[in-house]
Ligand binder design. Sequence first.
Ligand code: SF4
Length: 316
Amino acid sequence: MKNRILSLKKQRNALILAHNYQPLAVQDIADHVGDSLQLARIASDVNGHDMVIFAGVKFMAEMASVLADDTPVYIPDPEALCPLASYCSAERVRKAKEHHPGAPAVVYVNTTAETKSECDIICTSSNAVDVVESLRTAKVLFGPDVNLARYTRTQTDTEIVDIAEDGHCYVHQKFDVKEIQRLKEEYPNATLLVHPECPPDVQDVADIVGSTGKMAEYVAQSDDEAFIIATEVGLVDQLRNNHPNKVIIAANENAICRDMKKTSLEKILHILEEQPAENLVTVPKDMRGKVRLVLERMNRVGLKESPVSQVPSATH
Ligand code: SF4
């Protein structure tokens, strides 16, 4: 199956992107594997390819579809959604803005295209702090993940108001500080890497809090020999595969995202063979422009001017 996919991928001039939480067999046939920010940057420059297959959940494929312009983007399973995204409807963003006039809305990438079209700028778990600071404002609205909001609060003086006080990822909520303390005692020399969607008490005992991309980079560059990883097991599998000489310990082997695991090699092969219309990801025309704008604002973070003040006509 792997050889058939690789051969058809070449014939179709397809680019396969896979998130770090995808099954290892899927990561293995991808052109690029990474976190949301890394894959968003790649999706914005897919010239030269005739199609993109995004192995991930729907909001990621939508984002790629907006950034990839006319290149068609397919998702292996159209039912692969992110439950976290359901906490932050476009209506909730509008209401938060009504209650806090003038405060920009920073929306996590794990949201629908409709929700993104209501916000002022997108962030990912890699760049949430930089995005908030880039706005140079006393207060921002932030959602939907309350744990990422809490982590961001620890890194900035900007007031952060939750858009969705109940927003959380059920996978990262599974990490238990007592079990992690036990692992730290069992592996006293291990470095503990924690995703910012984990609960606050788990973040507080971490050596490093960061996105999956940051974790992968840290493990690759570190001279440490052992690492406890508190995020979805797809990254744990990837690290074990890439670093056979290092000890990679899962903080919870049951931290499995059901939707990320809906992708399979069979489904990817089917797309390459048939290009089925039901797997093609589209974002309504009237939203594409707004979503693209807020994604591009995120990508501009790091420039001297505030991303929102640079393009005031597009602020809602
Ligand atoms: S791991 Fe959590 S945030 Fe990531 S896609 Fe799954 S449910 Fe959504």
